[in-house]
Design a protein around this ligand. Sequence first.
Ligand code: COA
Length: 245
Amino acid sequence: MSDGTVLYEKRDGGVAWVTLNRPDVLNAINMRMRDELWELMHAVRDDPDVRVVVFKGAGERAFSAGADITEFGTAPSIAEARRARRERDLWGLMLSLDEVLIAAVHGYALGAGVELPMCCDIRIASTDATFGLPEVSLGYIPSAGGTQTLPRHVPPGLALQMILTGDPIDSSRALASGLVQKVVPRERLYAEAEEMADAIAARSAAATRLTKRAIVDGAELSLESGLALESVLVRRALETASLPR
Ligand code: COA
């Protein structure tokens, strides 16, 4: 996908990089980019060599300024738009992957440009990053999972404030609230993401996969059910004692 809206690079050691590649429009996510990401996430899921995926945005100004507003209202009908979203549920697919997803975020991360990172497991930001969900101020509602994912990352009051006002927060607030896990100078962003990705990819594949399932799936369960899930996964880890993929 070298001339696409998304660039894909598989590196040694089980790490792949996905670059949102429409820098002239601040990497706005249009239907073509969604479709290319949809195909790519299937390829990642089916590729045993890929263990960790890092997402980044091309250009200096943005990870992504969100859904492509020039496409708003261009679907043949509301029913058609809903059907397309249901059949190609990119965000649900990302949330279901066993691979570890890391977002390396710089500049603007707005709308789907912050909802995509929230479908990742770990978010690293550069100091210049700003995060916002402007949909309600535009008369829409977040539709890439934001109403559900944001309150799972930050306190509900802050999620409501961000979504209802549309006001963005800066990287230090994002770090303090738990939206991102690390903030680094811009020039260090990709090196930090690479170091983290390499470190995770160097761990046992099965242990990583099972641990991710325990944490991600367990977060939706009661403590009791989560502990039961952990027991099942521990047994599975012991059964694959040599821990192949
Ligand atoms: N969809 C489509 N194009 C977008 C876009 C988006 N979400 N965000 C930015 N662009 C385009 C602009 O139209 C402009 O294109 P042009 O050079 O052909 O005119 C280019 O990206 C640069 O953006 P610009 O608005 O000139 O930069 P800025 O520094 O003045 O403002 C933002 C930056 C992010 C504040 C502003 O672009 C913006 O508000 N974008 C929309 C954010 C948004 O509402 N996202 C959708 C959420 S549902």
